[in-house]
Design a protein around this ligand. Structure first.
Ligand code: SF4
Length: 319
């Protein structure tokens, strides 16, 4: 099933500056999937896990955009999906549970020329990492955040996660969860993210397009991905998801610049299926964090000379 635009269609929609940028990158840094596929670590995910689809979609996005892998940093928290930086040959950091976004923010602030991709599970991002997510979104910091949303804690063997529906039975809620699930799209729309999309791990082509467009976006991009956990969440199987998704852009009234329309869709949940695609994308509603930083306007911080910076006075103050 063709779910969203092809990379060519995506690139056609970019402004001329972006097309030129991508074309130049392709010439300067011919990237191949083979390069990205040699991370030197043995994959430990369960066979059939949806993490594989997301990993491949990320690699495909990097190749499509022609980005040199040495200019990419993948930052994760803790969880099954957070092992991802080990399985792709870019730079990477597997940080602390729920702390991927502040680490990634530090990387991007230090070197704005890097493409910083953040990955993690729904427990990592919408549970313990929720506070960091809200602040990353309100800052509109230039990161691409991909959430592997399988509605369970897979690494610790299947506890109810923040996105699991009320009534979900698991080892941690044997009588059914009494909590209302987090609504990632509504959260992102109200939190200030300026590129918001929903993908499906079984639709690699469509997901890689969503990721590629998120990587080209200037500001905070979040892509929430419906991902099967074949070991601990049998309900969200590939087949069930395939039968229960639809394209958001085919719904009546769709306009990716209309936040209220997307918010109504995500809150009212009148649509029986799970709409995937771009819910919101605006380059103009407000500036990205790095565009507001005078220190970062010209040269990346790591590339600036520190020869004339004197910290003696500061040290003296604390002596
Ligand atoms: Fe994937 Fe679930 Fe296995 Fe973790 S436990 S690797 S999420 S299938």
């Amino acid at each position: 099933m063709k779910l969203v635009n092809t990379p060519e269609e995506i690139l056609k929609n970019q402004n001329n500056g972006d097309i030129e940028f991508v074309e130049n990158m392709k010439k300067e840094h011919p990237t191949t999937l083979v390069e990205l596929n040699e991370p030197g670590h043995t994959n430990q995910w369960c066979p059939g896990c949806g993490d594989f689809g997301i990993l491949f979609a990320i690699k495909k996005a990097i190749v499509t955009l022609g980005i040199d892998p040495s200019n990419v940093v993948v930052v994760s928290g803790i969880g099954c999906s957070s092992k991802l930086p080990h399985y792709i040959k870019t730079f990477g950091v597997e940080s602390l549970h729920g702390r991927a976004l502040p680490v990634a923010t530090g990387v991007k602030l230090a070197n704005k020329d890097l493409h910083v991709i953040v990955v993690g599970g729904d427990g990592d991002g919408y549970g313990i990492g929720m506070g960091h997510l809200m602040h990353a979104m309100r800052r509109n910091i230039n990161l691409t955040y991909i959430v592997h949303n399988n509605e369970t804690y897979g690494l610790t063997k299947g506890q109810t996660s923040p996105t699991a529906a009320k009534g979900t039975k698991s080892v941690s809620t044997p009588n059914g969860s009494i909590e209302t699930a987090v609504n990632p799209i509504a959260l992102a729309l109200t939190g200030g993210a300026t590129y918001i999309a929903k993908g499906f791990a079984g639709d690699i082509e469509g997901l890689s397009n969503l990721i590629a467009k998120g990587m080209l976006h200037s500001g905070f991009a979040i892509i929430d991905v419906a991902q099967p956990c074949v070991s601990y969440n049998p309900k969200m199987s590939y087949q069930w998801l395939q039968e229960n998704i639809c394209k958001v852009e085919e719904l009546s009234g769709y306009d990716m610049k209309n936040k209220i329309w997307s918010l109504t869709l995500s809150i009212e949940k009148k649509e029986q299926k799970i709409p995937i695609g771009i819910y919101y994308h605006s380059d103009t509603d407000r500036s990205a964090y790095l565009d507001e930083l005078p220190e970062d306007k010209e040269l990346a911080l790591v590339k600036q000379s520190i020869e004339n910076i004197d910290i003696e006075k500061l040290i003296d103050e604390y002596n």
